[in-house]
Design a protein around this ligand. Structure first.
Ligand code: OGA
Ligand code: MN
Length: 288
């Protein structure tokens, strides 16, 4: 009997992403899933090029990696008509209303829903329709960000906690931009405290945890100015790295990232073109 060829991971020069080759979405077994899981933990970001899978297959595949997380946008314009597990990211308009989340604008560096008590462990993002240019998605590793910190910054983050302001209000509406005045103590804000350096529950590696915006964050125990300047230095270090993977999408491409040790951002694109992505998201632990 012929041995089934196992999966292969081809790492990119950025050190942040690997292409998974040989995975058949129509026919896979638990060993294949174990391999995908192993590579996902190892690289932080993995890519499946030009798949031709259905929404149903995406949901089924995602289920192997944990419970689904429903994003607040899924209860609004980002909902999928058939699969509640799918977040629709789209700039297309339908009946004068957005048919998905995020529009065509730039998304700055972030970890998904960092201000949750338990932020998602992973996301699986599939390109359904892509514009001819623009809308690239960039990934970096927050393990690398931590490991490459200069000694003074490494000492400064040691044992620290960080407060993150909630980005959504109770109804799921975006409240970014409504940043609290500097004079107000962060303990009066609505939000969550997480470790500034988190230890990944499965790999045991340490990762810097900066969340998503500088304005809505405050390092516990520091004055606002002290916190702002340390955060600015940490962001500067993190995003000015050569270890960035740039995903230029083809239809059917899937990016699967570990949301506990990576950040991503997205370029804007010409609103004359339609870009549609379907995302499934899996639940994670409270950062420690
Ligand atoms: C996301 C996200 C980027 C993109 O799905 O969390 O940030 O490329 N998407 O659409
Ligand atoms: Mn995101």
């Amino acid at each position: 009997m012929l041995m089934k060829e196992r999966l292969k991971a081809v790492q990119h020069a950025s050190n942040v992403c690997a292409d998974i080759e040989g995975f058949d979405f129509d026919q896979y077994d638990s060993r294949d899933i174990d391999d995908v899981r192993k590579y996902w933990l190892q690289y932080g970001v993995i890519r499946f090029k030009k798949t031709r899978i259905s929404d149903e297959q995406q949901v089924k595949f995602s289920r192997h990696f944990g419970e689904f997380v429903i994003h607040p946008k899924q209860l609004q314009e980002g909902g999928h008509p058939v699969h509640p597990e799918i977040l629709v990211i789209s700039n297309a308009m339908k009946d004068g209303k957005p048919s998905g989340a995020m529009g065509n604008s730039e998304a700055t560096w972030h970890t998904d829903t960092w201000f949750y008590e338990k932020p998602p462990a992973g996301a699986i993002l599939r390109a359904v329709q892509i514009p001819p240019s623009g809308g690239d998605t960039y990934f970096l590793s927050t393990y690398i960000a931590y490991e490459t910190l200069p000694a003074v910054l490494k000492t400064a983050v040691e044992g620290r906690q960080i407060f993150f302001q909630n980005v959504y209000d109770k109804t799921g509406k975006l409240r970014l931009g409504k940043v609290e005045p500097k004079s107000r103590d962060f303990r009066e804000w609505s939000g969550i405290v997480h470790p500034l350096v988190r230890t990944h529950g499965e790999t045991g590696r340490k990762a810097l945890y900066l969340g998503g915006t500088v304005d809505g964050a405050w390092i516990v125990g520091m004055s606002r100015d002290e916190s702002d300047s340390l955060l600015a230095a940490l962001w500067d270090h993190t995003i000015n790295t050569e270890h960035v993977f740039v995903q230029q999408w083809d239809e059917g491409d899937i990016m699967m990232w570990d949301n506990r040790c990576t950040m991503h951002r997205r370029d804007s694109f010409d609103p004359a073109f339609v870009r549609i992505m379907h995302r499934t998201t899996t639940s994670g632990e409270r950062p420690v």
